[in-house]
Design a protein around this ligand. Structure first.
Ligand code: ADP
Ligand code: MG
Length: 713
């Protein structure tokens, strides 16, 4: 029987080549294909007269074929097919290249809905290779047509056809993992309905119904997964760590701790003094000084004869922590090692042996590393404390493994995402929260400006000036490379009632924009960094930027991870209207970390920056006037919903903070669905902690969280 797990090759006409093309997009099974939701929809329902079409975008027209299609042969073995068609406003010449077989498709008198670019040529019109759908009186054509993310070797038509075939084949496999009671309670449609209509919406209503169900699913699976993965065994015990003098640490610092840091350390100490394992998250803006709090906690564990571990999401960050902390620890008489993927095998063996060593003389006191610390053969003889930095960059699987490994240890996680309180409950339901809401004194403010395209030349001049003076520049773009066609609408547009697509500024993409900058600044070194690069490549580029070898780093939001480049003094965000405020705030935190006066320039796309009353412009204004991450986060939640905190980046792949990737959730109203899904998940788990009575649901959580592991960089 065909199931969601069946390979793509069970579909008619899919051979090795096409299966391979799909595999490149991570689509291996029919289930994967159905989860490949459209990235946008063509609005073909907006049928216009030829005379009223927009010459810049694509339009739908309803035309009657007026002349028999003729083949015109060219010398180069090429040919094109040509005929005329009309509506009440004019006549249009239609051509198709090298598609002779279409000849019989367009008999004179038949009516088609054509979709494509309509060019005016003299007094008549012209369309090249438009999409054509036969029209019959009384049978409405669907208004929206899915547009998919693509790769070489596939066409939109093929994907749509394959999706149809998959829907057909799977009609029998209609197990809905969501309990019927929940579907009823929340008024959600069935899964088969949702899948059919997200790919082939009958109308706007059915699309919205489908979307709501699928978003609920994403949140529900996410909530189940994070609760199940992050849940710590409440009856487990941990070694109580008596608080001792922290002066060995503080007297080695070149500064005094802020009140907020002292408070956070007090809270951590109180937790660690107990025999139940600490589960605490330390939240605070980039640069507020979380690392030293972690160091204090690690010291307390070590003072109690126990070991500490600090885990960072990337190798470069781990190295940075190691460089900062190991001299401090060594000076206090505690040994400290670095364990990352690139650590030579012999060295790894030595570190692992020293961690497992029971003799206190030979035992390693602290280890700093990446998720290399989570491998099975890493064992601690006397684990006291495990700290993870930038918690949201870790996958749920990794968190689960961490929870396992640290079952009898205290756990401290740190995050620079200032999560609003309400959302923190959903995301980190069983973690206690400490907040650092104060910056160390003397921090410079990163002056922030919102500008539009008309400032481009001045902006370039500013880049020139800053780099000439030895500063470095970040440029963040919302997309990696692909651009949307005019005339497509995304779900967000459809949601916003207005029907017609909003006028949108073209999106700057990192790869293309880097080219532009290279051409403009031939004397500078411009590099690109984005999420589709391999971790190693990313690390290498980032290293070179940190080392000052790169002048301008053009990237997507992947640079959010807390790497410190004190020499970077200018952050430019292109199409800033596309980013959430919290995201912008995070990006701004990348600069102003050294002595250089620093700036953040938010460039609004064309059409956005003109009026001060434009909502996007008002949002960007918040950035000019507010520098407190928590205040910004609250505003962001109110304005855009929770998507940003869940990490759905503008990076092509939507991914969120360590669960599965959200493919659909991004509109403002999703907050309510998230709250419902989280409540339902908690309620269900309180009755059935292992989802024993819901095997299909358990399977889905399992799948989603395995899949996600591959997405984490
Ligand atoms: P984050 O919270 O983003 O992880 P870090 O811990 O990396 O921030 O700290 C950022 C910088 O601030 C570091 O260079 C650190 O030495 C410095 N710092 C931390 N606490 C203080 C303080 N109380 N006064 C002055 N500088 C501090
Ligand atoms: Mg940090």
């Amino acid at each position: 029987m065909v199931t969601r797990q069946s390979p793509m090759t069970v579909l008619p006409g899919i051979g090795k080549a096409r299966a391979a093309a799909y595999a490149r997009m991570g689509i291996e099974t029919l289930g994967d294909l159905l989860l490949h939701y459209p990235r946008a929809y063509e609005n073909r329902g907006d049928v216009r007269l030829l005379s009223e079409t927009n010459p810049d975008g694509k339009s739908a027209v309803l035309l009657t074929v007026a002349s028999e299609p003729k083949t015109v042969r060219l010398r180069s073995h090429k040919s094109f097919l040509k005929f005329r068609a009309f509506d009440e406003s004019g006549t249009c010449e239609i051509v198709y290249f090298n598609q002779d077989y279409l000849k019989s498709k367009f008999p004179v008198g038949s009516v088609y809905r054509f979709y494509g670019k309509v060019e005016r040529s003299g007094r008549s019109f012209k369309m090249s290779a438009p999409a054509a759908e036969g029209y019959a009186e009384g049978f409405a054509l669907p208004p929206y047509r899915a547009v998919y993310r693509m790769t070489e070797g596939l066409t939109q038509n093929q994907i749509l056809k394959d999706v149809e075939a998959a829907l057909e084949l799977l009609a029998a496999d209609a197990v809905d993992p969501l309990p019927a009671s929940l579907r009823e309670k929340r008024g959600l449609c069935s899964l088969p309905y949702a899948l059919r209509h997200i790919h082939r919406p009958e109308d706007r209503e059915s699309l919205l119904i489908a979307r709501r169900r699928l978003i609920y699913d994403e949140f529900f699976t996410f909530s189940l997964g994070t609760s199940m993965a992050g849940r710590r065994n409440r009856s487990a015990s941990a070694p109580a760590c008596k608080r001792q003098e922290l002066t060995p640490l503080t007297e080695r610092l070149s500064y005094t701790l802020t009140d907020a840091q002292v408070r956070a350390i007090d809270e951590i100490c109180a937790d660690m003094a107990k025999e139940t394992p600490m589960s605490r998250i330390l939240v605070g803006d980039v640069g507020c000084g979380k690392t030293v709090c972690a160091a204090a906690a690690m010291l307390i564990a070590m003072q109690n004869g126990l070991q500490s571990a600090l885990m960072a999401p990337t190798e470069i960050l781990a190295r940075q922590h190691y460089a900062d902390l190991s001299p401090l620890f060594e000076a206090m008489g505690y040994s400290c090692a670095l364990l990352v993927g690139a650590t030579p095998a012999a060295e790894k063996r030595r570190i692992k042996a020293a961690l497992a060593e029971r003799d206190p003389e030979k035992r390693l006191s602290a280890v700093i590393g990446t998720h290399a610390l989570l491998t099975d053969d890493v064992e601690f003889a006397f684990a006291g404390l495990v700290v993870t930095d930038e918690q949201h960059r870790f996958g749920a699987r990794q968190r689960a493994r961490l929870a396992e490994k640290s079952e009898h240890a205290h756990l401290l996680v740190m995050s620079a995402t200032p999560i609003p309180r309400s959302l923190a409950l959903v995301l980190y339901g069983d973690l206690a929260i400490s907040r650092i809401d104060q910056m160390p004194p003397g921090r410079q403010r990163v002056d922030t400006f919102a500008v539009d395209e008309s400032y481009r030349e001045r902006l370039n001049g500013f880049i020139e000036k800053q780099t000439r003076e030895g500063g470095q520049v970040y440029v963040v773009c919302p997309a990696v490379e692909e651009e949307k066609d005019a005339g497509e609408v995304d779900l967000y547009d459809i949601l916003s009632e207005c029907g017609a697509p909003r006028e949108r500024a073209p999106i700057k993409n990192a790869v293309g924009h880097a080219e532009t900058l290279r051409a403009r600044f031939p004397q500078l070194c411009v590099e690109v960094l984005h999420g589709r690069m391999k971790s190693r490549e990313k690390d290498a580029v980032m290293q070179r930027f940190a080392a000052g070898e790169v002048d301008i780093l053009v990237s997507t939001t992947v640079i959010e991870v807390g790497v410190n480049v004190p020499n970077a003094c200018l952050m430019i965000v292109e199409n800033a209207e596309r980013f959430g405020l919290s995201q912008l705030h995070q990006l701004r935190g990348r600069v102003g970390r050294g002595k250089r006066k620093s700036w953040c320039i938010l460039v609004a796309g064309d059409g956005v920056g003109q009026s001060a009353e434009h909502p996007s412009r008002r949002r960007l204004d918040v950035m000019r006037t507010t520098y407190d991450g928590f205040a910004i986060a609250e505003q962001d939640l109110a304005q855009r919903g929770p998507g940003d905190f869940l990490g759905s980046g503008a990076d092509g792949t939507l991914r969120q903070s360590g669960g599965l990737s959200f493919r659909l959730a991004n509109a403002a109203e999703d907050g309510e669905i998230l709250a419902q899904a989280a409540e339902d998940a908690r309620e269900l788990l309180s009755r059935d902690a292992e989802l024993a009575a819901h095997p299909a649901l358990a399977e889905r959580v399992q799948e989603a969280f395995t899949l996600e592991e591959g997405l984490i960089s």
